[in-house]
Design a protein around this ligand. Structure first.
Ligand SMILES: Cc1cc2nc3c(=O)[nH]c(=O)nc-3n(C[C@H](O)[C@H](O)[C@H](O)COP(=O)(O)O)c2cc1C
Ligand SMILES: [Fe+2]
Ligand SMILES: [Fe+2]
Length: 399
């Protein structure tokens, strides 16, 4: 059965969603996601992006239902990643008169992914170009690397709606409630939205900044992203989050403690550290065992917090693999402006603090607190003073 939703008089959500999907991009664990597609029924009919092939049955049914016998005049391709573009060929087969709207990069990728005659189907647009579809004037705002190189936003100048591609999206299937004001975003989606941002576009903060700058002064009434709820009020909430995340500014003055431990002795140090930090009135501390936490959560929490304590066991003369994986991921995601504390555990010989320090030092604007602690198998009472110093230093840094 069709499953669509009216957004405005002539605009409809015709996307679909799935929950039986464990790995987004075959790497990020999730419990569901939505693929949003939009249909504008102006004098010309305009389809904005499609969906992942796995949910195409629902999407094609929605499309046919809302078109009600009409043809599609334009298909705007804001993003070529296959979770939004893999149904394009099927759409062309069903609606052969459709003109595809995209940029030069879009055309190149269409040719790479598909075998149909792209040139004869395409209308190439330039940055800032406007397409009139009757009542609506659609402006294309290029947003390169706000996930992929070809990404563009479509801004409807008539209804002041921004179709933002992957930007402002989130993991998580919809629960019927399509609009942000129908649900408690902070409670239901914020952690998912942060993990989505940090692990998908986190690396491209500067490009996100460029896109946000291009939108400065533009009146926006609604944001229609390709995943998750549509924003129709309190837009400043999500815009401010993007402002922070893209500048690599922490959201919380708090500490995330990320540790590895084979036999529990290093875990004990992590627990003691958290306990002591809490007694310094530090709120929202989180402690994660890197071995049983997906690295995408560790990355997301590192985007949230101003301070990170890395507590690693030494493993065959190297940093414990899960901690090494975590450090590699925050490096890949270009994380900056954080204060790091380092504690090592080594039983055989000197440990891996230096190696961690060297890796963190190569990242931008990372402050490494001087006081470190080297545990030999288990922490001893005489080391408590050093641990207290680490706690003091973190508390001072947070002020
Ligand atoms: C497989 C394995 C390899 C280890 N390799 C080293 C090493 O190269 N150098 C070292 O000083 N300690 C090494 N350790 C000891 C750990 O770094 C750590 O001191 C020990 O596991 C106690 O901490 P835990 O109770 O938190 O696991 C190793 C431990 C294991 C299980
Ligand atoms: Fe994408
Ligand atoms: Fe996407």
């Amino acid at each position: 059965m069709q499953c669509t939703r009216k957004i405005e008089e002539d605009l409809y959500w015709i996307g679909s969603e799935k929950r039986n999907y464990s790995l987004f991009e075959n790497i990020l664990p999730i419990h569901g996601v939505s693929y949003n597609s939009y249909l504008l029924l102006d004098e010309k009919t305009v389809l904005l992006d499609t969906v992942d092939h796995s949910v195409s049955k629902q999407f094609l049914e929605n499309l046919e239902y809302k078109l009600d016998g009409e043809k599609i005049d334009y298909l705007i391709v804001n993003h070529m990643e296959p979770d939004h573009s893999s149904v394009i060929e099927e759409v062309i087969l069903r609606y052969p008169d459709v003109k595809i709207i995209g940029n030069m990069q879009t055309a190149k990728m269409l040719k790479q992914f598909f075998d149909f005659d792209v040139d004869s189907k395409m209308q190439i647009v330039k940055d800032g170009e406007i397409l009139s579809t009757g009542k609506h004037n659609l402006k294309f705002v290029f947003a390169p690397m706000v996930h992929w190189p070809e990404v563009m936003f479509t801004y409807d100048e008539t209804s002041k709606i921004l179709f933002s591609a992957d930007a402002f999206g989130t993991f998580g299937a919809l629960n019927g409630n399509l609009f942000n004001d129908d649900l408690d975003f902070e409670k239901t989606y914020l952690n998912k939205a942060r993990r989505y941002y940090a692990n998908i576009v986190g690396k491209y903060g500067m490009q996100v900044q460029n896109a946000l700058k291009k939108l400065e002064g533009t009146e926006i009434n609604k944001i229609c992203p390709l995943h998750g709820p549509i924003w129709r009020n309190n837009l400043s909430y999500i815009l401010e989050k993007y402002e922070k995340w893209s500048k690599y500014e922490p959201e919380d003055n708090s500490v995330v403690i990320i540790y590895s431990s084979v036999y529990g002795n290093t875990e004990n140090v992590a627990n003691v550290l958290a306990n002591k930090l809490s007694q310094k009135e530090i709120k929202n501390i989180k402690v994660y065992d890197a071995s049983n936490t997906d690295v995408s959560i560790l990355v997301s929490e590192s985007f949230r917090c101003s301070n990170i304590a890395i507590i690693s066991t030494t493993y065959n003369m190297e940093v414990f693999p899960k901690i090494a994986e975590y450090i590699d991921h925050i490096r890949r995601m270009n994380l900056q402006n954080r204060t790091i504390s380092i504690i090592e555990n080594a039983t055989w010989a000197p440990g891996i603090s230096k190696s961690i320090k060297d890796q963190i030092s190569q990242m931008k604007n990372m402050k490494i607190l001087e006081e470190t602690l080297s545990i030999k198998s288990s922490i001893k009472y005489e080391q408590e003073e050093k641990l207290n110093k680490i706690v003091e230093d973190i508390a001072t840094d947070l002020k």
